[in-house]
Design a protein around this ligand. Structure first.
Ligand SMILES: CC(C)(COP(=O)(O)OP(=O)(O)OC[C@H]1O[C@@H](n2cnc3c(N)ncnc32)[C@H](O)[C@@H]1OP(=O)(O)O)[C@@H](O)C(=O)NCCC(=O)NCCS
Length: 288
C-alpha cells in the first residue's frame, strides 16, 4: 500500500510560501520537558497551535497540530511553523505528525510522506478486561519490565531482524522518558533475563497512559503471548487508577491493529501522517 495515492497528491493545491506570511505572529512557550507549545496568531487571535520538540540529531519534531480541520489553510499554517522553526534554529529538517488529510498539501510543498499512523484509545473497563484475559501460554512468567542499561539489547533481540535497529531506538527513547515516565506497575515482560519472550512498556505521556511499545519474540508470534501480556498490563493499569489507554499504530501493521481492535481499542481522532518536511537548504540526511 502506498502512503498517499498519487491521484490525490496531483490535485493538491500548492500552499503559499510561509516566508511570505507577514500577517502571522509566533509565540513559543517552553514546557520544561524539552517540548515547546507553538502558537500562531493573526490579529491577536490564535489560529493554530502545535507541540515542537528538538531531537538529538537537531531535527524538529512537530505534533499535536490544532485545529484538525480538513482544509488547505491549516496545512499552510503547519508549513509556516516548519519555516519558523527552521529559520530560527538553522535546522532545515522537520518531521511533522499531522492529519492525513493535509498530506496532499504538504506533498505539494515538497514534503515526503513517511508513515500513516492510527491513533487508538480504550476506556479501561475491568469487566471487559477480565473477559479478554487469558493465561500466559507456555512456561514463561510475568515480571516487571527490566529497565536497566543491559536490558535494552535484550529487548531489541525480540524484534525481527529488519525491525531490530528501529525498535532499539524506540526502547531507548521509552526508557529515557521521551514518551513520558514509564508506568512501572503496568510495564511488564514475560521471562526474566535471557528467557525474555515478550515485553510491553506503558508511559504517562502528557498525563495519559500510552502504549510506548509491545513486542513478542519473532519466533513466538501468533501463540497468544501478545494478547495475554497486553490484557494483563491494561488490567494492572486500571488497578493503578487509570481510566483509559492510548496508542499509535502504523496503519500497515494489520496484525497489531487486529490485536488492539479485538480487545476494544477504537480509532481516536483522524488518521495521522508522519511527513519529512525540509525547509530551505537540504542537509542530505533524512531523519528516520
Ligand atoms: C503485535 C504483536 C505484539 C502480537 O503479538 P502475538 O504474541 O503474536 O499476538 P497473539 O498471538 O496474542 O495474537 C493476538 C491477536 O493478534 C492478531 N494476530 C496475531 N497474529 C496474527 C496473524 N498472523 N495474522 C492476523 N492476525 C494475527 C489476532 O487478532 C490475535 O487475536 P486472536 O488470537 O484472538 O485471533 C506481534 O506481532 C509483534 O511483536 N509484532 C511486532 C511489533 C509490533 O508491531 N508491535 C505493536 C506496536 S504498536
Amino acid at each position: 500500500m502506498t502512503l498517499i495515492d498519487a491521484g490525490r497528491t496531483e490535485q493538491a493545491e500548492a500552499v503559499p510560501a510561509a516566508s511570505a506570511r507577514t500577517d502571522l505572529t509566533f509565540t513559543r512557550a517552553a514546557h520544561g520537558d524539552g517540548t515547546e507549545r507553538v502558537l500562531l496568531r493573526r490579529d491577536g487571535r490564535t489560529v493554530f497551535s502545535c507541540l515542537a520538540t528538538r531531537r538529538h540529531d537537531s531535527t524538529w519534531f512537530v505534533t499535536e497540530c490544532l485545529p484538525r480541520r480538513r482544509d488547505a489553510k491549516s496545512a499552510a499554517l503547519l508549513l509556516a511553523v516548519c519555516d519558523h522553526l527552521a529559520a530560527d534554529s538553522g535546522s532545515t529538517d522537520v518531521v511533522t505528525i499531522s492529519p492525513e488529510f493535509w498530506g496532499p498539501q504538504l506533498a505539494a510543498s515538497g514534503a515526503r510522506p513517511l508513515q500513516r499512523i492510527i491513533p487508538m484509545r480504550l476506556p479501561l473497563d475491568e469487566d471487559l478486561l477480565l473477559l479478554h484475559g487469558r493465561a500466559l501460554p507456555g512456561p514463561g512468567r510475568l515480571v516487571p519490565l527490566d529497565m536497566s542499561d543491559g536490558a535494552l539489547a535484550r529487548l531489541a533481540q525480540l524484534s525481527a531482524d529488519d525491525q531490530r535497529e528501529g525498535d532499539l531506538i524506540v526502547w531507548q527513547e521509552t526508557l529515557d522518558g521521551v514518551y513520558g515516565p514509564v508506568i512501572a506497575e503496568a510495564s511488564l515482560q514475560v521471562g526474566p533475563g535471557a528467557e525474555l519472550t515478550a515485553a510491553i512498556a506503558i508511559t504517562e505521556y502528557r498525563g495519559k497512559p500510552l502504549i510506548a511499545h509491545l513486542v513478542t519474540a519473532a519466533a513466538e508470534r501468533g501463540g497468544g503471548l501478545g494478547k495475554a501480556l497486553l490484557v494483563e498490563s491494561l488490567r494492572r493499569l486500571s488497578c493503578s487508577g487509570y481510566v483509559e489507554c492510548h496508542l499509535n499504530v502504523v496503519a500497515d501493521n494489520w496484525i497489531a491493529r487486529r490485536l488492539y481492535r479485538s480487545i476494544g481499542f477504537i480509532q481516536a481522532g483522524p488518521e495521522l501522517l508522519a511527513s519529512w518536511v525540509s525547509r530551505g537548504k537540504v542537509s542530505g540526511d533524512e531523519p528516520r
